[in-house]
Design a protein around this ligand. Structure first.
Ligand code: ADP
Ligand code: ASP
Ligand code: MG
Length: 433
C-alpha cells in the first residue's frame, strides 16, 4: 500500500484534477489524500473571521461558491455529473452559510474549515466515476482522531482504517480528506494549517505503508527557502531527523509535525512535483550522510525571553523552576542558551507571554525580544568534524545575532536573529552550498 498526498495547487484547477489520475498507478493499492483546492482554506479562514467579527460573510461566500460553479462546469462533461456536482456544492455552501455572526463559536469555525477538503475529495471521486475509474471515498472523519492533548491516535487509525480497507478488498484507489479529523469530544477538528501532509504521514504510519508520496508544486525539498533565495536546489536525500528539523523550523513544503509518524514506523517519504512528475524529488528515509550541510530554513514569529539573576550562581534547580512555568502554560520552548547569571529561551507561541513573564519575575529580571526568527542550518554534523559552525557563522558575520544553539542534536545549528535580517541571512547562507 502506498499513500499519495496531493496539495492545494495539485487540485487547483480542472486540468490539474484531470491530470491526477496519470500520477496514480491503477494496478496498485493506494490511498489518495487530497487537500482543499488552492486558496479555499484561506477563503474559509477569512469567512470565519467575518462571522466572528460580526461582519456579513455573504459576499465572500458567494464569490467562493462561484469559483466552484466554474470549476465543475469545466471538470465534468456529462449533465448527470454536472447536476450531481452542483447538488454537492449546494450542500457544502449551505453549511458554510448556515451560521450567524452573533453566535459564532470555535466549533462552528472548525466545521467551516472542513468544507474545503470535503469538497475536493467528493469532486475528485465524481470525476473518477465519470471517466469510469473505480474508487472508494473513505471519510477521514470516520478514522482520523486526535486525543485531548491534540495528539493523533495511531492505533485507532490503524483499527478503523484497516477495517474500512478490508471491506473493499477488490478496490485499488481509495480517496480521503487531508487536514480534517475528530477530536476527543467527537467534534470536527483539524490538524492545523498545512495538515494534509500530516494526514498522509499518519495514514502511512498507521498502515505501515510501503511509501508516502507528497505531491506538490516544487521538485522536492530545496536547500533554502525558494520564496526568498534565488538558485536554490532540490536535495536528493534527507534523513528523517534532517527532514523533521527542516519541517519544524519553517520549510513550508512539509507540515511541522508531518515527519514524526513516518519516522516512527520507518516509512520512506518522497517529495514529488505534480508539474514535473519525472523529476527525482527528495527521498526522506533512515539513511544518513555524515558531515554535510544539507539545507537552511527559517521560522518567524519567535519571541526571546531572558531571565537574568545572580541567584542562578552555583545554584541547582533554577532551570527546573523556569521550565515549569512554561510547562504550566503548555508553551513549548524551541531554543535555550545559558550563562552563569542568565538564561535565554525562545518560544513560538506568545499566547501566554504575559502570564509567563509575570511568573518568571519571581526568578530574576526579565527582558523580552519580539519579532525574532530562528535560522536553522540542517545536516548531519558529527562532533569529530571541525569547521562546520565556523563556516555558518562566517556567512553571518555582518548580521547581529541574539542566540546560538549548537550540539543539541547532531542535525541542527540554530541561530536567533531579528526578523528584519531574516532574508539577508538566508541569502548569505546560500553561499554554503
Ligand atoms: P501544498 O499546497 O502542495 O501543500 P505548500 O505551499 O504547502 O504546498 O508547500 C510547497 C511550497 O513550499 C513551495 O511552493 C515553496 O514555495 C515552499 N517552500 C518553502 N521552503 C521550501 C523548501 N526548503 N523547499 C521546497 N519548498 C519550500
Ligand atoms: N487545506 C489545508 C490548508 O490550506 C490543509 C493543507 O492544504 O494541507 O492549510
Ligand atoms: Mg502544504
Amino acid at each position: 500500500m502506498k499513500v499519495l498526498k496531493f496539495g492545494g495547487t495539485s487540485v487547483g484547477s480542472p486540468e490539474r484534477i484531470r491530470n491526477l489520475i496519470s500520477l496514480i498507478n491503477q494496478d496498485e493499492r493506494q490511498i489518495v489524500v487530497l487537500s482543499a483546492v488552492a486558496g479555499t482554506t484561506n477563503s474559509l479562514v477569512a469567512i470565519c473571521q467575518e462571522y466572528a467579527e460580526g461582519k456579513n460573510p455573504a459576499p465572500r461566500i458567494t464569490s467562493l461558491n462561484e469559483q466552484y460553479e466554474d470549476l465543475i462546469g469545466d471538470l465534468f462533461v456529462s449533465n448527470e455529473y454536472r447536476i450531481k456536482a452542483k447538488e454537492l456544492i449546494d450542500i457544502h455552501f449551505g453549511t458554510i452559510s448556515s451560521f450567524s455572526s452573533g453566535v459564532f463559536t470555535p466549533i462552528h469555525e472548525r466545521v467551516i474549515l472542513a468544507q474545503g477538503e470535503l469538497l475536493s475529495t467528493h469532486l475528485f471521486h465524481y470525476h473518477l466515476q465519470e471517466i469510469g475509474v473505480p474508487s472508494v471515498l473513505l471519510p477521514a472523519l470516520d478514522f482520523m482522531k486526535i486525543n485531548e492533548e491534540l495528539e493523533p491516535e495511531i492505533p485507532y487509525i490503524t483499527e478503523k482504517l484497516g477495517a474500512m480497507l478490508a471491506s473493499h478488498h477488490e478496490n485499488n484507489i481509495f480517496i480521503t480528506q487531508g487536514y480534517i479529523c475528530r477530536n476527543a469530544f467527537g467534534e470536527i477538528d483539524n490538524l492545523k494549517r498545512g495538515g494534509s501532509d500530516y494526514t498522509a504521514s499518519l495514514i502511512g504510519a498507521a498502515l505501515r505503508a510501503e511509501e508516502i508520496q507528497i505531491w506538490t508544486d516544487i521538485d522536492g525539498m530545496h536547500n533554502n527557502d525558494p520564496r526568498v533565495v534565488k538558485n536554490t536546489r532540490p536535495i536528493a536525500q534527507l534523513s528523517f531527523e534532517e527532514a523533521a528539523e527542516l519541517a519544524y523550523f519553517g520549510a513550508k513544503i512539509l507540515h511541522p509535525q508531518s515527519v514524526f509518524p513516518a519516522q516512527k514506523y520507518k516509512v520512506p517519504v518522497r517529495l514529488l512535483n505534480t508539474m514535473e512528475p519525472n523529476a527525482p524529488g527528495t527521498l526522506i528515509s533512515d539513511q544518513r550522510s555524515e558531515g554535510e550541510i544539507k539545507a537552511v530554513a527559517a521560522k518567524e514569529g519567535i519571541c526571546a525571553i531572558k531571565i537574568q539573576s545572580s541567584r542562578m550562581l552555583l545554584v541547582y534547580g533554577f532551570l527546573r523552576k523556569v521550565f515549569e512555568v512554561f510547562e504550566r502554560y503548555k508553551t513549548p520552548i524551541d531554543m535555550v542558551t545559558t550563562s552563569e547569571v542568565a538564561v535565554s529561551l525562545s518560544i513560538d507561541n506568545p499566547k501566554y507571554l504575559k502570564e509567563i513573564t509575570e511568573e518568571l519575575q519571581a526568578y530574576g529580571q526579565i527582558t523580552v525580544d519580539q519579532d525574532q526568527t530562528i535560522i536553522c542550518v540542517v545536516g548531519d554534523f558529527v562532533a569529530s568534524k571541525a569547521g562546520i559552525a565556523a563556516r555558518v557563522l562566517d556567512e553571518l558575520k555582518h548580521i547581529p545575532i541574539r542566540m546560538i544553539s549548537y550540539g543539541g542534536s547532531r542535525n541542527n545549528i540554530s541561530i536567533l536573529l531579528d526578523t528584519a535580517y531574516k532574508n539577508e541571512a538566508l541569502q548569505s547562507l546560500q553561499r554554503l552550498f
